[in-house]
Design a protein around this ligand. Sequence first.
Ligand code: NI
Length: 193
Amino acid sequence: MSILPIVTYNDPVLRKRAEPVESDSQELQQLIDDMFETMYNGQGVGLAAPQIGRSIRLFVIDADAFTEDDEQAEDVGPLVFINPDVKPANQDTVLLDEGCLSIPGIRESVSRPEVIQVSYLDRNFKEQKRAFTGWVSRVIQHEFDHIDGILFIDYLGSFRKRMLKSRLNAIHAGEAEAAYPVASKEKTDSATA
Ligand code: NI
């Protein structure tokens, strides 16, 4: 397994609608293992394929670290989602803090549906249909957005966005301070220039 560099705001791959995964392969299974290792190394609870530069509809989560102090929380362990479909189960929404390995150092409150219905293929390409709530639901919705080219900061009001502008520009300019490897186009360019 290897730790892959994480692409940061505002790499164009994070803004693309990712393509469906067509078939299983040894390469795909290796990629899934690498994504878990990359996610754990970054102390993340979810990682989507576009974040490591692959525009395919795949993400991994492990929200257990998030939920271990919460006795009500569902203990779901590591999960792989291939070609998922996510729908709100009802009208209820909840406000929770989010961060993103591609936007290091920024956390903001975002309102999203509380309970979701998810259809997906697991890593064995077995069809699954499952409801999720709480933190796990939140992490899945955040990662699902990634494969549609959406970032959590897109949900912020214009005032919050203006407040964050200089920090986002700094990340975009390759000045992201992260405790894990990041891939920055600008940094690569200046290093080779
Ligand atoms: Ni993210």
